[in-house]
Design a protein around this ligand. Structure first.
Ligand SMILES: Cc1ncc(COP(=O)(O)O)c(C=O)c1O
Length: 393
């Protein structure tokens, strides 16, 4: 398969990990030679319940047997999407009651940006340096990392950048600003948490000048940080919440959520303000519903913080400068990028899956399934420590 993979599938980097997959179950991915790889990455925070969770798998199979796709988004009444959006609304604040289901995180960001411009009649968008929101043109426009977007310019106009956590920059938010878009916890930048009530201050400034606040929870959402959504830690409710990744237990998905009043803007002037063929797909909605029920009716969310403590207890080494993040969204910040590469590549050889972050070369991602056991955490941490012991500077 390897030869055909390189020949027929578009490559995004010169050195893909190129693990040849046989199947996956729980916190293990099995290669075609029969080896089990312990998964500390969860498909980059997507497989929140591990691989092939029986409840998610059953929901998908049942729905496929019933109907898979019948119409474009928004025309027909389909029970999986109705049940899902109703349950989600019951778990969110009163300001966030109406959901638009789409196909990916980046499409949800596009929808949120369009909604903000349409609802405010303003054009300016403010985003953060080192932000990552996806890879389509609108999302690239609000990405705060020039090196990865310069080649694709011109992007959408009227986007300005502020520094995450810098209160002084908030004066740039004015009555011209349609929306401020931020990740609740900056992912690609190195799992940077908001400090000193920063998000509340952004919220207050947005309210003052009539700007909509968009929070991108695509990565921290769905229990990963010890709350269902990370904004619950920071005393700040957005006008538009963007979700994805762990939402459907490993199926492709995204959504943006706002008040009913705000969402009404998408049906008028112009009508069909955002449309999609597969958004709200019943199979994906069924997987999302099973995932959300399992996350919210089990102990997975509170256990996330206990598991964070376990990681922090076992991951002490002179080469680990800092462990950033919250819950099961952790980044080991190594002394330098060479150590990070040494760890990730040797871990791969030893069948422990770790990964890089987009914009912080010294970081090593740890974002396992929420279902990971304490024994699996300890075993993986011991491997990490012994690999670091082999590093020679
Ligand atoms: C914070 C954040 N926003 C947006 C995205 C884009 O989501 P998708 O890859 O599903 O388009 C990602 C994906 O990594 C993300 O982490």
């Amino acid at each position: 398969m390897k030869k055909d993979f390189y020949k027929y599938q578009t490559q995004t980097s010169p050195h893909p990990l190129a693990l040849e997959i046989s199947h996956a179950k729980g916190c293990y991915i099995y290669d075609t030679d029969g080896n089990a790889h312990l998964d500390f990455v969860a498909g980059v925070s997507a497989c929140s319940l591990g691989h092939c969770h029986p409840k998610v798998t059953k929901a998908i199979k049942d729905q496929v047997d019933s109907y898979a796709h019948v119409m474009v988004y928004g025309e027909y009444i389909q029970k999986p999407a109705v049940d899902y959006t109703k349950l989600l609304a019951s778990l969110l604040p009163a300001e966030l009651q109406t959901t638009y289901l789409v196909n990916s995180g980046t499409e949800a960001i596009e929808g949120a940006l369009k909604l903000a411009r349409r609802a405010t009649g303003r054009t300016e968008i403010i985003a953060a340096h080192k932000a990552y929101h996806g890879n389509t043109m609108g999302s690239l426009s609000v990405m705060g990392f020039e090196e990865r977007k310069g080649a694709f310019r011109p992007l959408i106009p009227d986007v300005r950048f502020i520094h995450f956590n810098k209160e002084l920059d908030l004066k740039q938010i004015t009555t011209k600003t349609a929306a401020v878009i931020l990740e609740t916890i900056q992912g690609g930048a190195g799992f940077i948490e908001p400090t000193k009530n920063y998000l509340k201050k952004v919220r207050d400034k947005c309210t003052q000048v009539g700007t909509l606040l968009i929070l991108d929870e695509i990565q921290p959402g769905f229990g990963r940080t010890g709350k269902l959504f990370a904004f619950e830690h920071y005393n700040c409710t957005p006008d538009i919440l963007v979700i994805g990744k762990g939402m459907a237990g490993g199926m492709p998905v995204g959504a943006f959520v706002a008040s009913n009043n705000l969402m009404l803007q998408l049906q008028d002037a112009p009508k069909l303000g955002h449309i999609t063929t597969f958004g709200g797909n019943p199979v994906i909605a069924a997987a999302s519903l099973a995932t959300l029920k399992e996350i919210t009716t089990s102990n997975l969310i509170p256990e996330t913080l206990e598991k964070e403590a376990l990681f922090k207890k076992y991951l002490q080494h002179k080469f680990i400068k800092e462990i950033r993040g919250k819950g099961l969204m952790l980044a080991l910040i190594m002394k330098n990028s060479d150590i990070a590469n040494h760890l990730i590549l040797n871990a791969a050889k030893e069948k422990l899956i770790l990964f890089w972050l987009l914009f912080e070369a010294k970081a090593v991602r740890i974002s396992p399934p929420l279902t990971i056991s304490n024994n699996e955490i300890i075993a993986g941490c011991e491997q990490i420590i012994s690999i670091l012991d082999t590093y020679e500077s």
